[in-house]
Ligand binder design. Structure first.
Ligand SMILES: [Cu+2]
Length: 301
C-alpha cells in the first residue's frame, strides 16, 4: 500500500467518524494499516456500510465525547483540592431512571435497522446460480457448480479444490508475482457480475469447522460438518475479491484463502464451457487469465 493509499484510508476512516460514507481504494482485500471496512461490492455490504457509517459511528462518537466530557467535569470539579468535603449522596432516582431508559432507547434505535439488515442478509432471494463450498480438513476449499451438470449419483460434474497459490507462501515471492500475500489461490471461483449467487457452505463430514467469507460482499458463514448453511451475494462490479477462512480451524488456518473472480457473463460462459468440456480446472483457470487480460485491454482502449 502506498503512502497516498494509507493517507486516503486514514482520511476515509476520519470521514467515517463524521458519518460520511467511506471511500477507500478499490482494492478488494484487507491492507496493512487499513482502517474502516472494505469497499462494498454487494447490496448487503452497501447496507452494512450505511448501517455502520450513518448510524453506529455517529452514536458511538456522541457517547464517547459525552462520557469524556463527564470524566473531565468530575476530575476538575470534584478533585480533593477543589472539593475538600465530599458529598455523601448515594441515590438519585431521576438519574437512575434516565441512565436506564436512555440506553434502552438508543439500543432500540440500533436494533430496528439491525434486524432489517439481518433479514436482508438471511432472506435469500431467488438465485440465478448455486455454488457449494466445502471446507476440507486438509485446510483448503472444494467448490462444486451443480448448475453445470450432475452425475448419475447426484454429485456435481464440475468440482475442484482451491489451494493457496504457491508463490504466495512467501511475502517476497508474492510481491514479485504481484498477488496479495496469503490471499491468492491456484483455482479461483468465477461468477458473473450482477447475478444472484446462492452459496451452500459446509465442511467435510469427518472434518472441522471453517468459515467462508468475502468481506467486500458482506458474507461470513460457518462451514460445519454435517450441516448445509446458506448465504448469498450479488456482486455489483467486476474484479477479484479475496477472503480467508474465518473460524480458527487448526495449524493451516491462515493458509486457506478464498478468491472470487467476478467477470462479465461472456467470460463466465467461456470459462464454464471450458471447464465442462475439458474437465480440467487448471486449463479453465488459464483461459480465465487470458480472457480477463483481453477484457482489461478492451476497457483501456
Ligand atoms: Cu480456519
Amino acid at each position: 500500500m502506498t503512502f497516498l493509499n494509507r493517507l486516503t484510508a486514514v482520511v476515509a476512516a476520519a470521514a467515517g467518524f463524521a458519518g460520511v460514507p467511506l471511500a477507500l481504494a478499490e482494492e478488494n482485500h484487507a491492507e496493512p494499516w487499513q482502517l474502516g471496512l472494505q469497499t462494498a461490492a454487494s447490496p448487503v455490504m452497501e447496507s452494512i456500510h450505511s448501517f455502520h457509517n450513518a448510524l453506529l459511528m455517529p452514536i458511538i462518537t456522541v457517547i464517547t465525547l459525552f462520557v469524556l466530557a463527564l470524566l473531565i467535569y468530575v476530575m476538575v470539579k470534584f478533585n480533593a483540592k477543589a472539593n475538600p468535603v465530599p458529598s455523601k449522596t448515594t441515590h438519585n432516582t431521576m438519574i437512575e431512571v434516565l441512565w436506564t431508559v436512555i440506553p434502552i432507547i438508543i439500543l432500540v434505535v440500533i436494533a430496528i435497522p439491525s434486524f432489517r439488515l439481518l433479514y436482508l442478509e438471511r432472506n435469500i432471494p431467488v438465485a440465478d446460480m448455486t455454488i457449494k463450498a466445502i471446507g476440507n480438513p486438509s485446510w483448503n476449499w472444494t467448490y462444486e457448480y451443480p448448475d453445470l451438470g450432475l452425475n448419475e449419483d447426484g454429485s456435481a460434474k464440475v468440482s475442484f479444490t482451491s489451494y493457496l497459490k504457491d508463490e504466495a507462501k512467501d511475502l517476497a515471492t508474492a510481491k514479485a508475482a504481484n498477488v496479495p500475500y496469503l490471499l491468492a489461490t491456484d483455482l479461483p471461483i468465477v461468477v458473473p457480475v450482477g447475478k444472484i449467487v446462492k452459496m451452500i457452505i459446509t465442511s467435510d463430514p469427518d472434518g472441522i469447522i471453517h468459515a467462508w467469507t468475502i468481506p467486500a460482499f458482506g458474507m461470513k458463514i460457518d462451514a460445519i460438518p454435517g450441516r448445509l448453511n446458506e448465504d448469498w451475494f450479488q456482486a455489483t462490479r467486476e474484479g477479484t475479491f479475496y477472503g480467508q477462512c474465518s473460524e480458527l480451524c487448526g495449524k493451516d488456518h491462515a493458509f486457506m484463502p478464498i478468491e472470487v473472480h467476478v467477470v462479465s457473463q461472456e467470460t463466465y460462459d467461456a470459462w464454464s464451457k471450458s471447464l465442462v468440456e475439458t474437465g480440467d480446472p487448471a486449463a479453465a483457470a488459464k483461459l480465465l487469465v487470458s480472457l480477463e487480460a483481453n477484457e482489461k485491454k478492451l476497457a483501456q482502449n
